[in-house]
Design a protein around this ligand. Structure first.
Ligand code: AGP
Length: 580
């Protein structure tokens, strides 16, 4: 969702802000803007649209100055328009702010500011911040105190960066429930909503914690709590390199990230799970919390725990429903799975849980989820820029298998993934038939059930085709009424003991005129299919889920590309979903 970038130093701020906004594009946005301060000249340029168009149309490059802030907005309060784009200013044009999150008490603050004569230029919740700071500057002796008073008055979630003529060399930062990092340079400093925007400049980062304030100028970084008690900043080094964050000759990030998955297996299996294994041994009751693709990894985790680890009672929860479905339970071991570590639904579920034992499985060091958990397991998958999760999903599965079975299956999994990446051309061809259908069911059973859900989500997410996943045996309890000529069902059909039942489900669809597609290593499925891809290597039944990971990702990718959609940036979606 919204992206933040800030710079103070000796170089042209507008160039660094524009480049940073390009790096943040993957988060999803609908408008962009920057503010640059040059002495006492504060200029804001912004509009709805993409970074390339707005930055050239509004001549970002013509702004001179070496301190500034930039923002990409994903609309929540107020429509997609130039006025609602960030940065926002005050009544005098002396202040510029950018904000991610939601100011929940903005209406109350706005009414009070309106009664004092403030004029608002947008419908956003964010604009109250600049006017409140303007008001506080009149009352408090220093800009820093005025900033802390402003932040203390806010309820909700925020990552805020403020630039003011009153302190022309300083950026003011604050964070609560929305990520914000400071990047440390030499004679220059940076801030951003995530590391990836700053990897060209620095690897040394300070991750702001909730209810912290920071100021950065070109030579120093100061950290405070809300009462302005100084805190000692502790920096972490991020070892992601810029190249892994670039497309490296591929047409899209998504295909690059799909194809680098053989290496992801090795990296994910190197995850340190030693602190977590004793907990997994000890606890009977396990709650797994996640959203979207991560939920599908969690679903497989829960099936494996219940079926293959005796004495375990695992439940998987869609994060946004966790609070609605259980009472807080301090006797449960919690696993929270989130590649970004910033998914608001997951964070809220973790705050609700009273368990002292919370383990996160995440790809992002220093992310909010790590602060809410007693233990963190890192996926080591490197930066994932495409909105569609691919390699982080595989890495989640690898970490789950490592937790349950150690390194026993690592090499077989790697071989399966490597073999699957070689089937691109066949899947591209297959996708041409898939996209001619108006409705596609993904049907599967057993351990491959989560893969059916994931394949369907990936397809609809980036190709906008209507698709739905079902446990194949459930179809006859209602959904079978939708099957008729022209409706397509894609079966994930590994040669397992469950295959006979799945075969029966296939016959049910076929008898009603449905078009049958299969991904299978089983000849009987092949002969009953309208179209079949024999790209599923025979393997240990426990490992069949891995046989479908790459084919389903490639199927979604090529469907999207054939339909003329940019798979990296599906409409309406964001990489890091920081609102509930
Ligand atoms: C996956 O392709 C989606 N973009 C989405 O479902 C995603 O997995 C979900 O938003 C959860 O994200 P997280 O893993 O960062 O928590």
């Amino acid at each position: 969702m919204c992206g933040i970038i800030g710079y103070v130093g000796h170089r042209s701020a507008s160039k660094i802000l524009t480049d940073g906004l390009k790096c943040l594009e993957y988060r999803g946005y609908d408008s962009v803007g920057i503010a640059v301060l040059n002495g006492q000249n504060l200029e804001i340029r912004k509009d709805k649209g993409m970074v390339a168009d707005v930055s050239s149309g509004s001549r970002f490059d013509s702004l001179s100055g070496s301190i500034g802030i930039g923002h990409s907005r994903w609309a929540t309060h107020g429509g997609v328009s130039k006025e609602n784009s960030h940065p926002h200013s005050d009544c005098t044009g002396s202040i510029a702010i950018i904000h991610n999150g939601v100011i929940e008490n903005y209406q109350e603050l706005k009414s009070s500011l309106l009664s004092k004569g403030h004029k608002f230029a947008s419908q956003t919740d964010s604009e109250v911040v600049s006017h409140l700071f303007e008001e506080n500057l009149k009352q408090f002796p220093t800009p820093l105190i005025a900033f802390s008073k402003t932040i203390s008055a806010l309820e909700g979630s925020y990552a805020i960066v403020l630039l003011s003529k009153s302190s022309p060399d300083v950026l003011f930062l604050a964070r609560k429930n929305s990520p914000l990092v400071v990047g440390k340079g030499a004679g220059e400093n940076f801030c951003a909503s995530d590391f990836s925007a700053l990897l060209t400049y620095t690897r040394e980062f300070l991750v702001l914690e909730d209810s912290q304030i920071a100021t950065i100028d070109r030579d120093s970084i100061a950290l405070y709590d809300l009462l302005l008690t100084p805190k000692t900043p502790s920096f972490l080094t991020i070892d992601w390199d810029v190249q892994t964050a670039e497309r490296s000759g591929h047409p899209h990030f998504m295909i690059k990230e799909i194809l680098e998955q053989p290496d992801v297996v090795s990296a994910a299996f190197s995850a340190d799970v030693s602190q977590v294994l004793p907990l997994l041994e000890k606890f009977e009751k396990i709650h797994i919390i996640a959203s979207g693709t991560s939920y599908h990894a969690g679903l497989l985790f829960s099936i494996l725990l219940n079926k293959y680890k005796s004495g375990k009672f695992a439940n998987v929860f869609i994060a946004s429903e966790y609070q609605n479905q259980v009472l807080p339970d301090s006797n449960a071991l919690i696993f929270a799975i989130s590649q970004s570590g910033e998914t608001a639904d997951v964070l809220q579920a973790l705050r609700y849980s009273t368990s002292p034992h919370k383990v996160c499985i995440t790809n992002t060091q220093g992310s909010s989820i790590t602060r809410l958990c007693s233990h963190s397991i890192y996926l080591n998958a490197g930066p994932e820029s495409s909105v569609a999760a691919t390699k982080t999903f595989l890495a989640q599965l690898c970490v789950i298998y490592k937790l349950l079975f150690g390194d026993r299956y690592r090499d077989s999994i790697r071989s399966t993934i490597l073999a699957s990446t070689k089937h691109s051309a066949k899947i591209q061809e297959f996708s041409k038939s898939i996209i001619t259908n108006r409705f596609i069911f993904f049907l599967s059973r057993g351990l491959c059930l989560p893969l059916g859900f994931e394949g369907s989500l990936k397809l609809k997410e980036i190709s906008y085709l209507h698709s739905q996943a079902y446990p194949a045996g459930e179809l006859k309890h209602g959904t079978l009424s939708l099957i008729e000529k022209g409706v397509c069902a894609l079966f994930l059909a590994p040669k397992t003991p469950d295959a006979t039942k799945l075969f029966g489900n296939l016959k049910e669809v076929k008898a009603r005129g449905g078009t049958i597609f299969t991904l299978t290593d089983d000849p009987s499925f092949k002969s009953e299919s309208d179209m079949s891809l024999d790209i599923v290597p025979q393997t240990d039944p426990l490992l069949y889920p891995f046989s479908f990971v790459v084919p389903l990702q490639l199927l979604a990718y090529y469907s999207s590309v054939s339909l003329g959609i940019n798979p990296d940036r599906p409409r309406n979606l964001a990489k890091s979903v920081t609102v509930e």
